[in-house]
Design a protein around this ligand. Sequence first.
Ligand code: DC
Length: 266
Amino acid sequence: MTTTPRVQAEVPVIAIDGPGGSGKGTVARAVARRLGWHLLDSGALYRLVGVAAGLMGISLDDGPGLARLASGLDASFDSSADSERGILLAGRDATDQIRSEAAGEAASRVAAIPAVRAALVARQRGFRKEPGLVADGRDMGSTIFPDAALKVFLTADVEERARRRHNQLKQKGIDVSLAALSKDMAARDRRDAERTVAPLRACPDARILDSTGIVVDEVVLQVLRWAAEAYPEVAYRMPVTEFVPEPFSRGGSSMCPPRWWLSARA
Ligand code: DC
């Protein structure tokens, strides 16, 4: 049997959007790994623009300058879910640099500029390649891949998100106060949600998943179940046992379904 290669628009995409610290990066990577699909960490692109602006002395208020920088951004990164490093800026490894809180703050500011966002659209769509793509960001479902058959909006309480980020930073030896982190995170959420272009919000056709108090494996499994509904080819990659929709029997109480199950059905 011969198979005709699919055109790019037919390549399956799972869009995972949500606020910072919701776990979408970890979940997107785990899902992409399980499926053997490509991964797009779109936040890394905005972080790269922010870091590059700092290196080149371009002010974060200089919209046209930042848009020019974004459209000619000399950056590359691997779309393999197995490599967490290798983010290059002008040929130099910038993986650690872009993960700092300062880079996150700069990213949030450059991401609010419509011309910067427009300059990055084609680059993001270019990640859509066989056999499939898991794309993580804020506007993957609403703007970049509006035709994705599975859109997930992953969220969690701001306190829990701040705690997760705090732990991540602590593991990297970065010491910041939890209260300050929580305050910054709420401010960044507000900026991301209130900007005029591609604001952070769940699109009407997204499945909402609240991961507060839920272990990451549970969240990954739920996304994979939805993926199998949206894309038949995913079903072939999952063991039958993982399809048994029995979350009510977990945790010992049939009366107490996990919260993601409830939000998913709301
Ligand atoms: O997901 P992250 O923390 O790496 O994202 C960094 C910033 O970039 C964040 O403030 C939101 C912004 N961003 C965006 O506006 N659109 C995206 N698709 C991804 C990130």
